[in-house]
Design a protein around this ligand. Structure first.
Ligand code: T5A
Length: 229
């Protein structure tokens, strides 16, 4: 059968990492993973992220997120480093795993570049789309879960963690433009982007994601979990 790429997207503190882990756990505990493997639909479940899904990517991630006051990263350089991280990730992890029939859960992908470097930094969107095509060799997500959370709530969550990285430190209007970017992408690509209302308790968000995953897995693989007795 065929591997699939599921991406979690959204603004800072939107709960992507939390929900990706919960989804991984749920796929295992609900019996979905075993069902998909027993029917020969997929071989394994893989989790990964951008930036930082490869060894090179982990080094690039550190460069991208560290604050350097002496030599700040310029916008075009930032764009190209994200693209380098992605090219390495696609060739080293995503394509080989998909070819070997993995179901992949990935924290951020191409839509983040459009939202952050395009809408946020103001770099030309046509250029970003071209660069995304080069970096991914045209590999798109099969499903993107956009965790739609109020920007101020997300930022206050990340501030509560104590450490704030270079991109999180940008002003509120930057993050509002990023949010607008995700909203525009969701209305432009409804066939692959599903909006999840993330302004709700963690467990409620998880339930919405689980219902969406069940629906898409059934659609892709033609199998579904038996209803509980
Ligand atoms: N970036 C990335 C670009 O600019 N261009 C690109 O092309 C790419 C790929 C990545 C940075 O790089 C930028 C975007 C980012 O700025 P990162 O550390 O991966 O850096 O940043 P994020 O992905 O934003 O990670 P965060 O940890 O900040 O946000 P998450 O993963 O969305 O949120 P999460 O799950 O860690 O949750 C944050 C806090 O909220 C709580 C959690 O317990 C946690 O404390 N929480 C909730 N609280 C209440 N209710 C809920 N429903 C909650 N869900 C989670």
């Amino acid at each position: 059968m065929q591997g699939r790429l599921i991406v979690f997207e959204g603004v800072e503190g939107g709960g992507k990492t939390t929900q990706l882990r919960r989804s991984q756990q749920w796929l295992i505990e609900s019996g979905w993973l075993e069902l998909l493997q027993s029917k020969g639909c997929i071989k394994r479940l893989v989790t990964t992220r951008e930036p930082g899904g490869t060894e090179l990517g982990r080094q690039l991630r550190q460069l991208l997120l560290e604050q350097s006051t002496q030599d700040p990263i310029h916008d075009r350089a930032e764009l190209l480093v994200f693209a380098a991280d992605r090219a390495q990730h696609v060739d080293g992890v995503l394509r080989p795993q998909l070819a070997d029939e993995a179901l992949i859960l990935c924290d951020r992908y191409t839509d983040s570049t459009i939202a952050y470097q395009g809408y946020g930094r103001g770099i030309d969107l046509t250029l970003i789309n071209q660069l995304n095509q080069i970096a991914t060799d045209n590999l798109q997500s099969d499903l993107t879960l956009w965790l739609d959370l109020d920007v101020a709530t997300g930022l206050s969550r990340t501030q509560q963690r104590g450490t704030v990285d270079r991109i999180e430190q940008a002003d509120l209007t930057f993050h509002q433009r990023v949010q607008q970017g995700f909203a525009n992408l969701a209305s432009r690509y409804p066939q692959r982007i599903v909006r999840i209302n993330a302004n709700q308790p963690e467990a409620v968000v998880a339930q919405h994601i689980q219902a969406t995953l069940s629906e898409w897995l059934t659609h892709w693989y033609g199998v579904c979990l038996p209803s509980p007795p």
